[in-house]
Design a protein around this ligand. Structure first.
Ligand SMILES: Nc1nc2c(ncn2[C@@H]2O[C@H](COP(=O)(O)OP(=O)(O)O)[C@@H](O)[C@H]2O)c(=O)[nH]1
Ligand SMILES: [Mg+2]
Length: 358
């Protein structure tokens, strides 16, 4: 049977990875085999590591979004077939748009023998929708946010455990869920796997110069580092305060945090912490009660609006203040390059909508 690819979009920090985990747990409970493809402009991804740490077969497309690395998306999906998945979640880069024309249509046209395709779900953080929808309209982030919504087959307000007010959004049908608590996740899955909604039913008429400018306003940092601490600390006592210090330093220098994720592998356990704005306290997942350890392997992914050189300087300075020895592995800091899709289809390709029973 051909696996069904479930494409997931939505702004940085909207909850795509969290939804993959929640949905995978529902599907595993139903005896459905799942896999996931993560996507980023750089490599060393906290998300891929986190999804794998949760026992899901995961692959990744790095160095650019699905549209610019379409062949690599296909390669990753083919590699995952070794696990015989029934469902493959595909998480797009959170600043990426025009997915329908550049990724969904080519998938339907050229790969319908290998894969089925679910409708394109775009997740939305209600707070971000308030922030970028009104006061910030016309800004770079608002442009990316709005165009993502405009091409959705299904729009899901996420984080309903924390929010009860939702702005009016025109376009695709609206759904409401919490990837964190699981509320609404099974219903969402039933809808996207039923095969009743055409995937990639909308195509944008997008100004690529505007799109490139909007993405270039973002600074992107991915780095890895090994730390030998003296005295030893638990992962929670290492990455909680470190993320907080980074947050304060970025705020002081005027960088607007869009998503900052920090993970720690230590012999005593795995922990991940993340925030999606300058004002937020970190949300932590993993082994909060792990005991102190000397050795830690850190992975940091920051997406912020601002200058990449300033971001890199702040990160290097803050990591250097950790008590002990630090050895930097990979350090990448850049603004995304102008998107150059491998394919771009101007009209909606029809494909037999065909779901799976779970
Ligand atoms: N309260 C709440 N937080 C959530 C929910 N879903 C995701 N988050 C948090 O939002 C942040 C970003 O989530 P993530 O899945 O990494 O977003 P992505 O960038 O779209 O993949 C993380 O700190 C998550 O724990 C939710 O339903 N409720
Ligand atoms: Mg993610």
């Amino acid at each position: 049977m051909r696996p069904i690819i479930v494409p997931l979009g939505g702004f940085l920090g909207s909850g795509k990875t969290t939804l993959i985990l929640a949905a995978s747990s529902v599907l595993k409970g139903r005896g459905v085999r799942v896999a996931a493809i993560l996507n980023d402009q750089g490599n060393n991804l906290v998300d891929t590591e986190f999804v794998s740490a949760n026992g899901i077969a995961a692959d990744q497309v790095t160095g650019g979004c699905f549209c610019c690395r379409f062949s690599e998306l296909i390669d990753a999906a083919e590699r995952l077939r070794a696990w015989s998945p029934d469902v493959i979640f595909a998480e797009a880069v959170g600043s990426c748009t025009d997915i329908s024309a550049t990724t969904l249509q080519p998938l339907k046209l050229y790969y319908s023998q290998q894969f089925r395709l679910a409708p394109y779900t775009v997740l939305m953080d209600p707070e971000r929708a308030h922030e970028l929808g009104r006061s910030d309209a016309g800004s770079d982030l608002s442009f990316l946010f709005q165009t993502q919504i405009d091409e959705a087959d299904l729009i899901c307000f996420n984080k309903v455990d924390r929010h009860s007010e939702f702005p009016n959004i025109a376009g695709a049908p609206l759904r409401y869920l919490s990837a964190l608590t699981g509320q609404g996740v099974a219903e969402w899955l039933d809808e996207v796997l039923a095969g009743e909604v055409l995937s990639g039913g909308r195509i944008l008429d997008i100004d690529y110069e505007r799109y490139a400018r909007a993405e270039a306003a973002l600074a992107w940092l991915n780095c890895s580092a090994s730390v030998k601490l003296d005295p030893p600390l638990s992962p929670a006592l290492l990455i909680g305060p470190l993320l907080d210090e980074l947050r304060h330093a970025l705020t002081a220098e005027g960088l607007r945090i869009v998503h900052m994720k920090l993970s720690d592998h230590s012999p005593s356990g795995y922990l991940k912490a993340s925030i999606v704005s300058n004002a937020e306290e970190p949300l932590v997942h993993g082994m909060l009660d792990a005991s102190p350890a000397e050795l830690h392997r850190l992975l940091l992914n920051v997406r912020a609006e601002g200058d990449p050189a300033t971001l890199q300087r702040i990160v290097e300075e803050k990591l250097a203040t950790l008590p002990g020895e630090i050895e930097f592995g990979n350090m990448q800091c850049f603004s995304p390059a102008p998107p150059k899709p491998e394919h771009r289809m101007a009209s909606v390709a029809n494909a037999a909508a065909e779901g799976i029973q779970t």
